[in-house]
Structure formats: C-alpha cells, structure tokens
Ligand binder design. Structure first.
Ligand code: F6P
Length: 322
C-alpha cells in the first residue's frame, strides 16, 4: 500500500474542500492510505497529521475554505524548516504529498521536489496567477462574489448619480478585476498588468457621465498602483472640477469566502483526482488544466513565475462601455 498526505496552503480558496475530497477518495480507490496535514506547511513542521477515510471528507464539497486549515509559513522557506518537515514525513513513512495551493505554496512544493521528495501540486488560488494552468480553483467563485458586489453597487450608484470604485483581491494579478469588470460592464478597469493614473480613471468616469450614464463604475485590482486610496486622494483634491461624488468599496477577504461555484467544485474534483493519477506514475509537477485538458508542468518551471491577466481584453471592455 502506498501512503500519501494532502495539505492546503496559503490563502484559502473556495473549492479546496472539493479538491481534498477528490484526492482522498481517488487515493482510497487506488488502495492507498491517506493522511491530511493540518494548517498547510505549518502542520508538516509541527507533525500534525490525521488519517482520512471516505466518510471524513463527506459533506464538504459545498463548503468554502478548507477543512484541513491553511497558513502562511515563512519557516518552511528556511532550510531548517524544510529539513524538519522532511523528517516528519519520513518518520510517518509517508511516500508522497499533494499540495493544494497557489504561487507561494507551489514554490514550497518545488523545494520539496528539489530535495527528492515525491510531490504533486494542485493549483488553488483566487488570484489565478499560476504558470502552467488556465484557471485555478477558487477564482471563479471570487469573480462571482466581486460581480455580485458590482451589480449591487451599480443600483445605488445609479440612484445617486455617483461614481463608484470597487477594489477586489488578486495580489499582483488583475484576473479577478478584469473578469468581474467585463461581466459587470465597468466603465474603467485598472490592473497591475495595465496601469492607469488616478487622473485617467477620473477622466474616464467623467466621460461616462457626459455620455449620459447615470452611474460610473471603476473596478480596481488590489495590485494596481492606482488603488482606491490614491483615487480618493485625487478626488479629494479635484472634487470641484470633476463635478460628481465618488464612493469606494474595498472587498478584501470577502472575495475569498463563501460557497464554491459549480465550476470551482468540478475543476477541483478533476484536478484533485488527476493529482492522484499523476502520482501513480510521475511527481515533481503541477497538475493543471490548459485549454480543457489536464497537463503537467514541472514544479521547477512553475516556482517564481507568474501568469499575468490578458490585458488585451481591456480594449474590448472599453469599447463596450461606450
Ligand atoms: O493569494 C490570495 C490572497 O487573497 C491575495 O489575493 C491577497 O493579496 C492575499 O491572499 C491576502 O493574504 P492574507 O490572507 O494573508 O492577508
């Protein structure tokens, strides 16, 4: 029998539980034993493992967050931390590890692979910034939460003839802002991949008002240099010449919570199951979905790399916001 472990790491993402369920049940179907590691890499260091059976992952596919817990663990980036983690895995005779997480987490799994430990990564982050994968687990739900906020804000923006700026998460990647902005018909979208100065954002919002719109909405990615604070400051200084009010909403961690969408549950199920199938023949890779197909990419190529949002779509958004 093969003995494997699974952990969820970094910022939690809706759909992580569906991935855990797929890994556990997929591995049990192969006749393997599965252990869950508590709180990501922190649990590898503190030796917190729990055996997982089929019933232990029942009723979790519909819950957000992660039943295993997650953490950011700077200690694991140090050689001493990694050595402790490897010693704990060896003591428990765990033969392989599945790491469900985003960019930082997969850099961690790449370091385990470099040390010779069999590991497979599953891309899960609302940011959708992983190289070797089109859309990561959790991103669809985060886009939909952002979109719901945009739709709600548009109602009040129209009633009051105001402009609104909504900031959504995504760290250095503008994917959530771009997709939610397009789906929400935003007048302006500001991304780290395509920076706009506060003056340009204000000018576009004003132009929308002059075209007869009752509202004007800007979606700002967390990583954009023109953040909501900069925008507010600019508005404060130029309120008279701009001629209308601006309100801002920072969605923050709200974007990461809640029930995973059907798309995230299906993606997580497919990628979790594929991680187990991959482990049977290969390791040291990220299992991703590219153009609808499951593909593997060496973790060494994924680590430290970023997949930017496709800012070409901004042109489309701008034309259609006429
Ligand atoms: O990586 C996911 C993410 O939610 C980013 O979008 C955000 O920048 C970051 O995590 C926030 O991290 P924390 O939860 O540690 O504050």
């Amino acid at each position: 029998m093969k003995k494997i472990a699974v952990l969820t790491s970094g910022g939690d993402a809706p759909g992580m539980n569906a991935a855990i369920r797929a890994v556990v049940r997929g591995a049990l179907a192969q006749g393997w034993q599965v252990f869950g590691v508590r709180n990501g890499y922190a649990g590898l260091l503190s030796d917190e493992f729990q055996p997982l059976a089929a019933r232990d992952v029942g009723g979790i596919i519909q819950s957000g967050g992660t039943v295993l817990g997650s953490a950011r663990c700077p200690e694991f980036a140090e050689p001493a931390g990694r050595a402790r983690a490897l010693a704990n895995l060896a003591n428990r005779t765990i033969e392989a590890l599945v790491v469900v997480g985003g960019n930082g987490s997969q850099s961690g799994s790449a370091s385990l692979a470099r040390a010779g430990f069999p590991v497979v990564g599953v891309p899960s982050t609302i940011d959708n910034d992983l190289y070797g994968n089109d859309v990561s687990i959790g991103c669809d739900t985060a886009i939909n939460i952002t979109l719901e906020a945009i739709d709600r804000l548009r109602t009040t923006a129209s009633s009051h003839h105001r402009a609104f700026a909504v900031e959504t998460m995504g760290r250095n990647c503008g994917y959530i802002a771009l997709m939610a902005g397009i789906a929400g018909g935003a007048e302006v979208i500001a991304l780290p991949e395509h920076e706009l100065l506060p003056a340009a954002v204000a000018e576009r919002l004003l132009a929308a008002r002059q075209r007869g719109k009752t509202h004007a909405l800007a979606v700002i990615a967390e990583g954009a240099k023109c953040g909501v604070h900069e925008l507010m400051e600019y508005y404060g200084a130029h309120r008279k010449s701009i001629g209308f009010d601006l309100r801002v909403t920072r969605l923050g961690h709200v974007v990461r919570g809640g029930i995973p969408s059907a798309a995230d549950r299906v993606l997580a199920t497919r990628l979790g199951a594929a991680a187990v199938e991959t482990l049977a023949k290969q390791h040291g890779v990220l299992v991703g979905m590219v153009k609808g197909d499951i593909v593997t990419t060496p973790l060494a190529d994924v680590a430290g790399r970023m997949r930017p949002a496709d800012s070409k779509l901004l042109d489309l958004a701008r034309v259609l916001a006429m």
